[in-house]
Write a protein that binds this ligand. Structure first.
Ligand SMILES: C[S@@+](CC[C@H](N)C(=O)[O-])C[C@H]1O[C@@H](n2cnc3c(N)ncnc32)[C@H](O)[C@@H]1O
Length: 235
């Protein structure tokens, strides 16, 4: 097993937020990953590396083909599975993807060298806290799939870099359903994430500058559309 992920890495993925049989149905009845994406999915499963699950893959395929974004930013590359999926389904897109984990960076480099046939993907190595400041471009689609407690920390900078009309997708926002419970019922080790996610929801779900939607795929997606040049996220 690779060094970086403990046996609990997929803890929340084992607590589905919709009925288990519905999850199974979505995973088995929608188009399957094929070619190199199937290989990478199998590798991630074997090594217990979290990548977006099949129902989210199906949704991303649809989103990419429909929106056809031109400039994508991803935080959380891991082995490069979601970046390659986006590249495959949005052939005009240039994708910048950030990761700080050396082991993952090694896998991602190998996979991009082999499978990024149109040279769409640029890997930025380092912590997004530092790396975001070094990017001076704008984006029309941002996928955040990193430490959940940091989404609210990264969001102001992300929104500045997002074009009006652009979309942000954040993954794993339901904490296996904990988010709907009072904090006392949440495991102590999960409470920082819980608080970060509650701040994120407070700042976005009813924000007049954004259109927000919660989508119960995988452990949940928060999707935002930026509707105005300046977005006030409150304190
Ligand atoms: C869930 S995995 C990403 C999976 C990938 N998006 C996919 O579906 O194929 C999360 C990744 O985010 C990275 N990460 C977490 N916090 C980060 C940060 N602050 N800056 C950069 N990378 C970060 C981790 O190293 C890990 O590889």
């Amino acid at each position: 097993m690779v060094q970086s992920y403990s046996k609990n890495a997929n803890h929340n993925m084992r607590r589905p937020v919709v009925k288990e049989e519905v999850v199974r149905y979505m995973r088995t009845h929608q188009k399957q990953n094929d070619g190199f994406l199937a290989e990478l999915e199998a590798f991630a499963k074997k090594e217990n590396i979290p990548v977006i699950p099949r129902e989210t893959v199906a949704y991303f395929r649809f989103l990419m083909q429909t929106l056809q974004p031109k400039k994508i930013l991803e935080i959380g590359t891991a082995i490069g599975f979601s970046a390659l999926l986006m590249a495959d389904n949005a052939p005009q897109a240039q994708i910048t993807t950030i990761d700080r984990n050396e082991e993952m960076i090694g896998f991602a480099k190998d996979n991009f060298a082999k499978y990024d046939s149109r040279h769409q993907i640029t890997l930025v190595e380092g912590d997004a806290v530092d790396m975001l400041q070094t990017l001076d471009e704008t984006y029309d689609f941002v996928f955040m799939d990193s430490a959940k407690s940091k989404y609210i920390v990264f969001l102001p900078e992300i929104l500045e870099k997002l074009e009006v009309g652009g979309v942000v997708v954040m993954d794993d926002i339901f904490q296996g359903g904990d988010i709907a419970r009072p904090i006392e019922e949440v495991r102590r080790g999960q409470r920082t994430i819980y608080r970060g996610l509650q701040r994120l929801f407070d700042a976005t779900l009813d924000n007049p500058g954004l259109t927000a939607t919660l989508v119960p795929l995988g452990d949940g997606l928060l999707m935002l559309r930026k509707n105005a040049e300046h977005i006030d996220l409150g304190s």
